[in-house]
Design a protein around this ligand. Sequence first.
Ligand SMILES: CC(=O)SCCNC(=O)CCNC(=O)[C@H](O)C(C)(C)COP(=O)(O)OP(=O)(O)OC[C@H]1O[C@@H](n2cnc3c(N)ncnc32)[C@H](O)[C@@H]1OP(=O)(O)O
Ligand SMILES: O=C([O-])CC(=O)C(=O)O
Length: 375
Amino acid sequence: MSEKPVSSTGLRGQSAGTTALCTVGKTGSGLTYRGFDVKELAEKARFEEVAYLLLKGKLPNQAELDAYITKLKGLRGLPQALKTVLEQIPASAHPMDVMRTGASMLGNLETEESFDEQQDVSDRLLAVLPSIICYWYRYSHDGVRIETETDDESVGAHFLHLLRGEAPSDLHARVMNVSLILYAEHEFNASTFTARVCASTLSDMHSCVTGAIGSLRGPLHGGANEAAMDMIENWKSPEEAEREIMGMLDRREKIMGFGHAIYRESDPRNAIIKEWSERLAQDVGDTVLYPVSVRVEDVMWREKKLFCNADFFHASAYHFMEIPTKLFTPIFVCSRVTGWCAHVFEQRANNRIIRPSADYIGPEKSEWVPIEQRD
Ligand SMILES: CC(=O)SCCNC(=O)CCNC(=O)[C@H](O)C(C)(C)COP(=O)(O)OP(=O)(O)OC[C@H]1O[C@@H](n2cnc3c(N)ncnc32)[C@H](O)[C@@H]1OP(=O)(O)O
Ligand SMILES: O=C([O-])CC(=O)C(=O)O
């Protein structure tokens, strides 16, 4: 494994605690959840099994998985007070702000009174977050009040069903399953660390998740899938994409969906979602977006040795499934909530308030000047 240069900026390269949940880049490019390679999980598992693995500590047997899916299905309904709040949020709002408000409002209505409730609170969040975003989206954009209690067997199919008003194809349900698995957990990334810092004050689960949503929203983190889409959809051919990327690199602009704070050579999630994006491109007869994406990947590697992270090919994959771009990062939330909650459990189980120090760089001694004498 090649070593990343360590600089104290951004706490890079410093260990901030222990976790039994995930390893990132341990072999240069690997990713494991509780020891399971993400590639194997993406190929063989259901997202609900992965959620169970993260939240309950082991893979479920068939009876446990059936019971878990039944439980999640029963937790998809929205309280009327939450629907009322969602109906106040304008169509122009960013859906990540809707997610943040939704998680926070739920905390008012179904407050976690004791840490003994943490498993049930987490299952409720996992089940209800797709309902929150789709209820708001369909009400604000289409003027309909949807029924959020579908009978879909999976979180991914449930999300697409609510969004479109009909159950998705098997292909789309499969891609959503893989996507949710890939996004579920990633060690001490910015949003998870936010959740852990909040948990370390002994705060409640809804506060931890609400804060994490805010951290995930930014384009340097989860928001990169939307930012990548906004970029690639402008280009009509691989040649145009190459010209534009070269110009952006000359201007030292950041290319969203590339690079990573931990991985040095590749992000193992990329090859998996890229393959599904190609399959979806064939399914919809795309001859532009997928070739444009591949060219951007090639140019970035050739010019900068920068590789696609999990977000880049998620952009085209979601687009081929006709998911509106502004809902890309909320889907990330619907998955990562499993990792966030599992990290909160871990933090609570062995807690000390997270409170690092700072190197002071301000003035040595400041003289008080009465207000009427100040410039
Ligand atoms: C699911 C996720 O959250 S994955 C991350 C999603 N975010 C993005 O895709 C946003 C674009 N990428 C980035 O901004 C960064 O690569 C980050 C935030 C992911 C990681 O940041 P860092 O750890 O600070 O990056 P790193 O130290 O590897 O950067 C090394 C150099 O490559 C450059 N670089 C890194 N990523 C990019 C990029 N996407 N485009 C252009 N240049 C880049 C940096 O500017 C830096 O150059 P410098 O040394 O001249 O300043
Ligand atoms: O680990 C990170 O810094 C960002 C990331 O890829 C993730 O959260 O999935």
